[in-house]
Design a protein around this ligand. Sequence first.
Ligand SMILES: CCC1=C(C)/C(=C/C2=NC(=C\c3[nH]c(/C=C4\NC(=O)[C@H](C)[C@H]4CC)c(C)c3CCC(=O)O)/C(CCC(=O)O)=C2C)NC1=O
Length: 161
Amino acid sequence: MQDAITAVINSSDVQGKYLDASSLAKLKAYFQTGELRVRAASTISANAADIVKEAVAKSLLYSDITRPGGNMYTTRRYAACIRDLDYYLRYATYAMLAGDPSILDERVLNGLKETYNSLGVPIGATVSAIQAIKEVTASLVGAEAGKEAGVYFDYISSGLS
Ligand SMILES: CCC1=C(C)/C(=C/C2=NC(=C\c3[nH]c(/C=C4\NC(=O)[C@H](C)[C@H]4CC)c(C)c3CCC(=O)O)/C(CCC(=O)O)=C2C)NC1=O
């Protein structure tokens, strides 16, 4: 896993250079939004279960997916879906704190699409649920922090698509 600081340092080190202006600007932006990220992470962790619940209500409930024949039908599969959404929320929060998406590639997206396809988990509906989490999170943490977090919900969504 990388974070905004190691990403910038590694890329300077590869070139054998001190940090250039654009690297320093990236670091500055990261430090300036540091408190915002930490505050958002604290709000998200205090409300994680409610965020997932509201997002499911907005995106998946009372659709064909929760009816007999749908992929969320039966409590086992329903619970697996909720658990997956909680993973997305938790890992997006980690990535937001790190200011870098690499943890999502390594621990979430690696092999996920293939797993979903082999189990018949609908990817379009999953992406809609992730987008609903993004909206619910933004309404809770505010627009500015919501935008920071949104980058990583979008990263997961496009990694799945
Ligand atoms: C931390 C990284 C990580 C991720 C991301 C992860 C995902 C993940 N979700 C799975 C299953 C599943 N995922 C879903 C999810 C859904 N079905 C729907 O219709 C909805 C649209 C959607 C929820 C939004 C369901 C229903 C299953 C169970 C499928 C089955 O066994 O038939 C499985 C198969 C094994 C299992 O059932 O546990 C994995 C590996 N596991 C991990 O360790």
